[in-house]
Design a binder for this molecule. Structure first.
Ligand SMILES: [Zn+2]
Length: 102
């Protein structure tokens, strides 16, 4: 039997599926819990749902490492050249074009 453990609680379904896609690209199967809850109770706003991502226990440590990298990729960074705050998806500073320090 597969043994699944909770990896992460997402704020909403959009975040959950973005992360699920990222992990699956890296070869880790993910189960998303929470999306089926609405069946009997009607339509809940997406924000109020608790969405949990589960991974197989044997992949847990690798999944956590990927999760950290994913979150770092999204984290804002500060330009060393001009001090501007940049969103994580910018590869160079939007203001002055400098690259972030490694
Ligand atoms: Zn800059």
């Amino acid at each position: 039997m597969d043994s699944y453990v909770e990896l992460y609680r997402a704020a909403n379904m959009i975040e959950a599926h973005a992360l699920k896609g990222y992990l699956e690209q890296n070869g880790i199967m993910v189960r998303v819990l929470g999306e089926a809850l609405g069946g009997a109770t009607g339509e809940l706003p997406v924000e109020s749902q608790e969405v949990r991502l589960l991974v197989e226990q044997c992949h847990q440590s690798r999944a956590r490492a990927l999760l950290n990298r994913y979150q770092q990729d999204l984290a804002p960074w500060q330009c060393a050249a001009c001090g501007e705050q940049n969103d994580g998806h910018f590869e160079v500073c939007w203001r002055c074009g400098a690259e972030p320090e490694a």
